[in-house]
Design a protein. Structure first.
Length: 317
């Protein structure tokens, strides 16, 4: 497929919008328009990559924009669904929404009702991690996953509290920790049964600071999880097969513990492009290849709703 002739609209001019712009540049897609709110920020980003730009926000501009081959919506979470609905109304048909799409289920449910034949996907870039792909290959070779455990401890000392609104911080599990859950459910399936417990409290996160629980997935794989946001630790996923134990911690790397080893051993991975945020190039290509297997990793709105529902249970929202 010749991607260089594709036309793309990026709605947003923030950090993730620039990551998408960088990925499009790497793919040599030149027909890109950046639609932002801030004149200076939008112009600077467009100039950096040689793209065209529009400013003063999506509400004033979307109705004037011709149909694009792809629209990438990279806005603050509370604005994503509203922008997506306006895109559909203005005739855009291929939309990639930055994860998680919304902090709440209802807006996504309303968006889903408005989707007819259009292709609307939520971009969980970690589903394209080479570590996850390699892990899937390993567990298939071993005969499948026996059990899974994961940690969703947040580095709260690194959160920029000035950057995020009160509403985003109150649902930080949906805004951030959900990335781990997307990978877990991709591996073992969605929970069929789950028991969730919360304890502790933070001034900005009333539902708790300690989260533990367990359950069984719809693929009959038992799982457990743990998080303590007041202590140390990090995101991680561990799966056990009949032959080996595998660990994604950090999520970008894969380790194996076998009966033949005295310790964890790192498994070499092939990275597609180390200069670009991992998974973004794969997301973009998949949006143009909707009939191919790779596009299945891009979540439909229904699946995004399922993930948020489970996340709300885990964090007591």
């Amino acid at each position: 497929m010749n991607l260089q002739k594709k036309s793309v609209l990026i709605i947003g001019a923030g950090v993730m919008a620039e990551e998408y712009a960088k990925a499009l540049s790497e793919l040599k897609i030149k027909n890109v328009t950046i639609l932002g709110n801030s004149i200076k920020k939008t112009q600077n980003l467009a100039k950096k990559y040689g793209y065209s730009c529009l400013f003063n926000g999506y509400k004033k501009n979307l109705s004037k924009i011709d149909k694009k081959d792809l629209v990438i919506i990279s806005l603050p979470i509370p604005l994503i669904v509203d922008a997506a609905e306006l895109c559909l109304k203005s005739g855009q048909e291929n939309l990639l929404l930055e994860k998680p799409g919304s902090l709440f289920i209802k807006p996504l449910q309303n968006l889903n009702k408005k989707i007819k034949t259009q292709n609307v996907r939520i971009g969980y870039n970690r589903l394209f991690y080479s570590s996850l792909e390699k892990l899937k290959t390993c567990v298939i070779k071993d005969g499948g996953i026996n059990s899974c455990s994961f940690t969703i401890t947040e580095w709260i000392e690194k959160i920029n509290f000035k950057k995020y609104s009160k509403h985003v911080l109150e649902k930080w599990g949906v805004a951030n920790s959900i990335h781990v859950l997307s990978m877990v459910f991709n591996l073992i399936g969605f929970p069929k049964e789950i028991s969730c417990y919360q304890n502790g409290k933070l001034s900005w996160h009333n539902s708790g600071s300690i989260f533990v629980g367990s359950g069984i997935s719809n693929q009959k794989i038992p799982f457990s999880y743990f998080a303590d946001w007041n202590s140390s630790g990090r995101w991680g996923i561990e799966v056990v097969t009949k032959k080996n134990c595998y660990k994604l911690q950090p999520l970008e790397e894969l380790f194996i513990y076998s009966k033949n080893f005295a310790d964890w051993k790192k498994i070499p991975l092939k990275k597609y492009n180390k200069k670009i945020k991992e998974g973004l190039i794969e997301e973009i290509v998949s949006m143009f290849e909707q009939q191919k297997k790779s596009s299945l990793k891009l979540l439909k709105v229904n699946d995004a709703i399922k993930i948020i529902k489970t996340t709300e249970k885990i964090f007591g929202y």
